[in-house]
Design a protein around this ligand. Sequence first.
Ligand SMILES: [Zn+2]
Length: 478
Amino acid sequence: MAKDKKLVEAITAMEDDFAQWYTDVVKKAELADYSSVRGCMILRPNGYAIWENIQKVLDAKFKETGVENVAMPMFIPESLLNKEKDHVEGFAPEVAWVTHGGQKELQERLCVRPTSETLFCDFYSKIIQSHRDLPKLYNQWVSVVRWEKTTRPFLRTSEFFWQEGHTAHATAEEAEARTVQMLNMYADFCEQYLAIPVVKGQKTEKEKFAGAHATYTIEALMHDGKALQSGTSHNFGDGFAKAFGIQYTDKDNKLQYVHQTSWGMSTRIIGAIIMVHGDDSGLVLPPRIAPVQTMIVPIMQKKEGVLDKAEEIRKKLASSYKVKVDDSDKSPGWKFSEQEVRGIPTRIEIGPKDIEKNQAVIVRRDTREKIIVSLDEIETKLGEVLEQMQSDMLERAKKHLAEHTVEARNWDEFKAHIEKQDGFVKAMWCGETECEEAIKDETTATTRCMPFEQEHLSDVCVHCGKPAKKMVYFGKAY
Ligand SMILES: [Zn+2]
């Protein structure tokens, strides 16, 4: 038993040190590991399988709306990156450069893509001529590189995986509609599949994407009261089109600039899953995104018939669920710990006594509730348990978000809330970047978003007292 406990004891308690708890979960659940490349992580099978499931769901949703996948080069010539001024300024500090091909110095440096707007724009300028060529709805699933100073698995790494959608439209209205559509898709995905409620809103001028006309974001709240930007959707207007000369002839044969969007979700979202749902025993995966939904653990598996029964149950469940049998020679206690650390939503315990009674025990990972079910009904019962768990997880996360979102009507209240780092602080703001920067300097809190659902808390800015323009969610963030 001492050995069985070891696996769990290796995880630091959340309350003692949240950052260490996070690192422990990432390692013990075998989601990711550090590599020999500075700032780059290795996605291990347990972690990559979650990303694959995220990909599967999102990719199908994208395609339902007409999006097509492409693959662009991973290098961008310096001259191309320099074409849009704000964009290059925004990314220059974290770009990695290729200067040599073999022994020979390159005539023009190539950057390793930090994001691919410039490549898509260059391509669109060549393939878009007429209104008949529009819209273009392209997406790619790739990794990108941003030379980060400090890194943490999933949250900030020099190379990370994501999808980046890039669209070109005939009108500003169409581009805006697509920007909002994709943000809503991300938000629905987070709620329905990841059981993570989000706040939807617009980024301030200071926080928006380099080169964008407007950036929309979904912000999620982690267990420790910090926010995590979980997906963004940008409306570029015709700024990139003008810089790259992307024009089409309209129905009246007039030359027009296209209007563009881009939108992305990355492996960062796995960090959100860990920090929204995890507990002191490890990861807790929402059933709809879990690579393994139930682990069958045979009890006294050497007794005749036990492993056969476990296998029989697996076969029965395999057509409806992602199910595995742990028939390794580890003790059941150790297997339970492993299933818990890895966040597998349920386990099914089956031993000689259960077989005698034609039953099995389903144990929920989140509540540890034990549910005895007849083997005749196990297929439907497991489905019910998983659905219940999925919806309970969302409700708990919603409750946490609601309980950790507070209002600040004056500067003292604001500072007190931020100091506690207890979630989002809603407050009125004057709309001026200088004031936003002063707030950040004094408290380290940043504007997370100007939510689409605005409230009027007072007439004046919480910091400077000037007339208020927007209600803003502030918070400390990853
Ligand atoms: Zn102000």
